[in-house]
Design a protein around this ligand. Structure first.
Ligand code: DX5
Ligand code: ZN
Length: 223
């Protein structure tokens, strides 16, 4: 199944409630929430307080993408705020495996994200352990950047590895995703598409989502 995850970073922040409803009505599956700390990435977005506030507006699955240093220090506040899955960055911690285990102890699904310069070998040991692997297709930190197709080789390697291991892994791609490149992503084995600009900066998010779903149907994983 293909999951579409609008990234709230691209929303009109003066009307979060309306923007979230717009995505929910258009058929989104997850709400992708980019938390940036101005330290791990050179930008600051929003934190647990905003997530707690918008939790009251929707039952959508909150896919919380932590682009922060020391994620373990803050993870409980995001769980309490209403996160449904928490994803931290491989590059942000000294011991990613221990971090994953510590987050899973909270009995919340946990994902691990890799930035464009991190090789896929870093993520392979997490297949079967992490609930999701997020492959960044731009440098983390800002919305509205250009998709880096070379990152899809990592998606392909992860999907192959997951199939070999018999694991039903969610692989999310994030950064510059739109209706035109969605097919390359699904062909490579991604099944969660995070998209900010392509969904929030249009008056017709429903059509964009429909085009993404069609891409997924017409272009399944090619091995
Ligand atoms: C980038 C974020 C992405 C971003 C996606 O650091 O993790 O989720 O908001 O936005 P677009 O789709 O505009 O690249
Ligand atoms: Zn993100």
């Amino acid at each position: 199944m293909l999951y579409i995850a609008p990234s709230l970073l691209a929303a009109d922040f003066s009307d979060l409630k309306g923007e979230i409803a717009r995505m929910e009505d258009a058929g989104a599956n997850y709400l992708h929430l980019d938390v940036m700390d101005g330290h791990f990435v050179p930008n600051i977005s929003f934190g647990a307080g905003v997530i707690e506030g918008i939790r009251r507006c929707t039952n959508m699955i909150f896919d919380v993408h932590l682009m922060i240093s020391e994620p373990l220090r803050y993870v409980d506040s995001f769980v309490k705020a209403g996160a449904d899955i928490v994803t931290f960055h491989y590059e942000a911690v000294n011991n990613p495996m221990a971090t994953l285990k510590a987050i899973k102890e909270r009995e919340i699904p946990c994902g691990i994200a890799i930035s464009p310069r991190t090789p896929v070998e870093a993520a392979l040991p997490f297949v079967g352990l992490a609930d999701m692997i997020l492959v960044m297709t731009v440098e983390p930190g800002f919305g509205g950047q250009t998709f880096m197709p070379e990152c899809l080789d990592k998606v392909r390697a992860l999907r192959r590895h997951a199939i070999k291991m018999g694991v039903n892994l969610n692989i999310e791609v994030d950064g510059g995703i739109n209706a035109d490149n969605a097919a390359y992503c699904t062909e490579a084995g991604a099944n969660v598409l995070a998209a900010g600009s392509a969904l929030f900066k249009t008056k017709r998010p429903r059509s964009v989502m429909a085009a993404m779903r069609e891409a997924g149907r017409e272009h399944p994983f090619i091995g």
